[in-house]
Design a binder for this molecule. Structure first.
Ligand code: ATP
Length: 330
């Protein structure tokens, strides 16, 4: 289902948490709401799901073209997954997933055998076959999060809303679940919005990244667009490592990512800047250099391949020339 948000505003007391949000999400998309703490991501997600509402008359939410702004959560058929799994600890995995169907009024509640088949199918989908009789306390964090997803899917949601779904998990499990969620989304195709403050997670997972700051949208685009063509200094700094460089004799400041700094021999006539290698870190096929500029004394990070590093035979304390390669963006 497509989702449209039109000029949404939400105020808490005198604080403006959302300051005019407009967003179009086509059907089947996997969208990341990315931004620092307090930027309004969760508030926006909650309003889309019907757990919160905009200020009176201040904006609309449409799901598949229908204005649902004033409808309660139950009628929107949104599946939610939150950071802290919020599973029912006294219920088994099976009962947790079945919950949303069991609580339906008798008239719309599926027959027990239909619920059973649906739950087992979902547990297969999230790769938890055979664990239906366990309690949440008998599962790993990643498994619990997948139960939460299966439970959200049980109601056959029109949209899936995930708030920092992997936030409470360790880095390794997060990575596995990320990959899994991507292929799972491809298979299912439910329009999905997830909140994250982790730029790597947003860039790796999403079709579209919505970068938020102070209750407003800074930029909407594909991961490639927001990373390679940031619309504002905020987006530039928020998405990945960046250096701020002043070129000699020029007042303007350049934003340069470490991979856009070319390291040359000190005597290279094409060098635009000169620096000293302050720190060297090489791991796997790539290397990160921390450089101290000879004139301004500012530091700058540069990335190069391990092979380039070995070929140049650089070590800490060496002087180098630098060239900024900004060709791949506007
Ligand atoms: P985080 O990554 O920390 O969860 P977020 O981007 O999701 O942040 P929100 O939770 O949407 O941010 O909150 C946006 C702002 O609105 C914050 O400054 C928060 O303190 C404020 N806020 C959110 N909910 C309420 C509330 N119920 N009452 C008062 N202020 C609120």
């Amino acid at each position: 289902m497509s989702i449209s948000v039109e000029n949404l505003r939400r105020t808490f007391g005198t604080f403006q948490a959302l300051r005019g949000i407009t967003l179009e999400i086509p059907d089947h998309q996997l969208v990341a709401l990315l931004g620092p703490s307090g930027s309004g991501k969760t508030t926006l997600l909650r309003i889309i799901g019907g757990l919160d509402f905009p200020d009176a008359g201040q904006g609309r939410v449409l799901i598949h073209g229908e204005d649902v702004t004033n409808q309660p959560a139950a009628s929107r058929r949104a599946g939610f997954v939150f950071q802290h799994y919020a599973l029912f600890n006294h219920l088994t995995v099976f009962e947790n997933v079945a919950f949303g169907l069991e609580v339906r009024p008798a008239a719309t509640r599926p027959k027990p055998e239909v619920i059973r088949d649906r739950v087992l199918e979902l547990l297969g989908l999230v790769q938890l076959d055979g664990l239906q009789q366990r309690l949440p306390s008998e599962l790993s964090g990643g498994q619990r999060q997948r139960v939460a997803l299966a439970r959200a899917l049980a109601i056959d949601p029109m949209v899936l809303l995930l708030d920092e779904p992997f936030g409470a998990l360790d880095a390794r499990v997060r990575k596995d679940l990320r990959r899994w969620l991507r292929s799972f989304h491809t298979e299912l195709g439910v329009t999905t919005i997830f909140v994250t403050h982790d730029q790597q997670e947003a860039l790796e997972l999403a079709d579209t990244v919505v970068v938020m700051n102070q209750g407003q949208i800074e930029q909407i685009g594909s991961p490639q667009q927001v990373y390679d063509h940031p619309a504002s200094p905020f987006v530039y700094e928020f998405l990945g490592d960046v250096n701020r460089v002043r070129k000699p004799g020029r007042p303007d400041l350049f934003y340069v990512r470490p991979h856009e700094v070319r390291v040359l021999f000190a005597g290279d006539s094409t060098a635009e800047l000169h620096a000293k290698v302050e720190h060297l870190f090489a791991a796997g096929p790539s290397a990160r250099l921390t450089l101290r500029m000879l004139d301004s004394k500012e530091t700058l990070d540069a990335d190069m391949t391990r092979q380039q590093l070995d070929e140049m035979g650089l070590s800490e304390g060496d002087e180098v020339g630098l060239k900024l390669v900004l060709g791949n963006r506007a």
